[in-house]
Design a binder for this molecule. Sequence first.
Ligand code: F6P
Length: 549
Amino acid sequence: MRSMTNVTATDAWHKLADLKDGFRPDLRGWFAADPDRAKDLTLTAGDLHVDLSKNLLNEAVLGALVELADEVGLAAKRDAMLAGEHINTTEDRAVLHTALRRPKGDSLVVDGVDVVADVHATLEQVYAFARKVRSGEWTGVTGETITTVVNIGIGGSDLGPVMVYEALKPYADGPEVRFVSNIDPTDVHEKTRDLDPTRTLFIVASKTFTTLETMTNARMARDWFLAGLADAGVAADGAIAKHFAAVSTALDLVEEFGIDPANAFGFWNWVGGRYSVDSAVGTAVVVAIGPENFADFLDGFHQIDEHFASAPWRENVPALMGLLNVWYVNFFKASTHAVLPYAQYLHRFAAYLQQLTMESNGKGVKADGSPVDTETGEVFWGEPGTNGQHAFYQLIHQGTQLIPADFIAVATPAHPIKDGDVDVHELFLANFFAQTKALAFGKTAAEVREDGVAEDLVSAKVFPGNRPTTSIMAPALTPSVVGQLIALYEHITFTQGVVWGINSFDQWGVELGKVLAKQIVPAITGDASALADQDPSTRGLIEYYRAHR
Ligand code: F6P
């Protein structure tokens, strides 16, 4: 393998380092000096209106970041991804989630196969299945219609579907959907305990169909289902076929589990788990919101793909947001990044992004196996506003670490409800605007004194400002806009991975724990020699468990 560029040796990196030396962030001054700053730094991608002006950047920084994109070959690497080259080198795979949302009739031949035609053939199967379940044509073993769908999956086979289901609740007019992910048996118990098995459909979603949590949960669900039928005196013949469907790349294992191949929807090893909600992994979402809304969702992704593929870097929103993240992580030592949706329906967005960003870019070696040259992968986290304001914003405003934050809101609310004369959505948005303003411009000691504050309290009431934020607004939280937001962050993540020279598409770091968990089971269940093999701390914990169970 060719050895990779050391990003810290590029001219652009040196330029950025020089710019950082003596860099005096001054958002107040910059806005005062340049009345067009907000206009010039506000960009559009699809329906997304993205204001970058409250970031710690000036023309020189912007120029150097764009140069960095060129020096690391971002365009060539993006094009290689879009063309289906095997850029996931450690797994020797193409990375083609963008093919999942290409319109019908497009064509992309990879390794001799038209992947877009395959994508649409599977989508048609998923849509046909969802239509039957939604219309009531699909019935359970006793002839009843399905009222609840339970998606069983974890990681990418859970976080995407659950986030999108929650985000698009106003569009959900099909059966209720619940999600079981954790191997803690509490999860499957809580999600099934009030359900009628004859009206419940399980979708087992697992790319590999070997994941310990998902297969264990699927077996527990099958036992619960069969026990429920037995209790009700219903014969179990043919029942699994009417109550279990699956989504996987391993359709042979799906059949082995006992699920009718007619209810199994495939995808491909070129779709990473955390990039899969727009594949058949979204089947539960299709059942909830219907094929037409899901098609709009896919179209939203595609709009941002097109933007990322064609907009010059200076206008390319995902590329610039990714480059800005590099600026903060590597030159300001920002180790975390907050994502703060002012939209309650996006309450699982940060959790979803954690897998997307951190499983992708939490790497210590480059794609050629050599150590990275600089810090990588910041921690993404967040909660919807305004809840976060009353919890952790204190630290963002006045703490000692720089925490770049993305604020997300929509203009038209799903529920335009008033409190007396007050439009509550406007009150909500006022908080978004106020927070980004306070973070950017702060409050000086002189301004605090003007409020008549006692001198000994002045310093505690000063807001330093110059805390960077990006404001993302959209007309409404439609299926398309949710797709656009996901694609935006996918390409931000890609951009950062390219700059750092890492493979953003493998996840070897999750493997060791899985192997050790299997090895530890005998020690927990009483095998003395397996227990003796454990390190003293682990042995002590197991002994505690065995003494207290
Ligand atoms: O935790 C690692 C991981 O492989 C994720 O990347 C993936 O999304 C998740 O497990 C679930 O995997 P699967 O869909 O194969 O069950």
